[in-house]
Design a protein around this ligand. Structure first.
Ligand code: 13P
Length: 251
């Protein structure tokens, strides 16, 4: 971690819990950030869409941002079931995750679709968290860096900056499996990503998060790597004690 870039500890709650669970989790996290001596990181939670309003209210006044887990590329229109980026902004979000591997796999989203979503996020004033990461077969074939370079080239829209974009490196095979790459592999990939972002982004200022089985027990080792600027946390973000402990690892 390079403290010129303030670490971002982001929780992706995925499709878990109802509004009451989300509200309680948001309230608990907000209370901890207000209690003094909070770790030196930014906090973000990305609830299921229906719980965004209660979480926005629960964290009001606390240094906890709220984000969406996906958005549509269009500003409005006949897209049943989708959510526009500006609707997320209207609901109180400051961020949106785009291109998560679960959306790439479950909904067939390709790099161009993800770039369009990120552009819509930017137009709505949101920070886009653009997710990239290789499958296990791609890593085993020695293609991880090439795959991620292709995803970066295709998924980051024109006009992206270090202020409106965060990259999350999430190896598909590390998500929800309890497995992670070695710290050397994580550092090598993050340095690689920093080296291949488009020129509109000030690479030295870009926050690059690691995601995939981040837990209290491995967070410090991951977060101390020079090119790791935070974490995108799935399962462990549902337990506030664990999520907080991951933030504590930024000290
Ligand atoms: P886990 O932390 O549960 O592996 O999930 C990671 C993830 O997909 C975050 O977006």
């Amino acid at each position: 971690m390079d403290h010129a870039r303030r670490p971002l500890i982001a929780g992706n709650w995925k499709m878990n819990g109802l509004a009451a669970d989300a509200e309680a989790r948001g309230r608990d996290l907000a209370g901890r950030t207000r209690a003094g001596d909070a770790p030196p990181c930014d906090w973000l939670v990305c609830p299921p869409a229906t719980a965004i309003p209660v979480v926005v209210a629960a964290v009001a006044g606390a240094p906890v941002a709220v984000g969406g887990q996906d958005c549509h590329a269009a500003a409005s229109g006949a897209h049943t079931g989708d959510i526009a980026a500006r609707m997320l902004a209207d609901a109180g979000c400051g961020y949106v995750i785009v291109g998560h591997s679960e959306r790439r796999a479950d909904h067939g989203e390709d790099d161009a679709a993800i770039a369009a979503k990120a552009a819509a996020a930017h137009a709505a004033g949101l920070v886009a968290i653009v997710c990239v990461g290789e499958t296990e077969a791609e890593r085993d074939a020695g293609r991880a860096h090439a795959v991620v370079a292709r995803q970066i080239a295709g998924s980051i829209p024109a006009g992206a900056t270090a202020a409106n974009t965060v990259v999350a490196y999430e190896p598909v095979w590390a998500i929800g499996t309890g497995r992670t790459p070695t710290v050397d592999d994580v550092q090598a990939m993050h340095a690689h990503i920093r080296g291949c972002v488009p020129p509109s982004i000030d690479a030295a200022a870009l926050r690059i998060l690691y995601g995939g089985s981040v837990k209290p027990g491995n967070a410090a080792a991951l977060l101390r790597l020079p090119d790791v600027d935070g974490a995108l946390v799935g399962g462990a973000s549902l337990v506030v004690d664990d999520f907080w402990a991951i933030g504590e690892a930024t000290r």
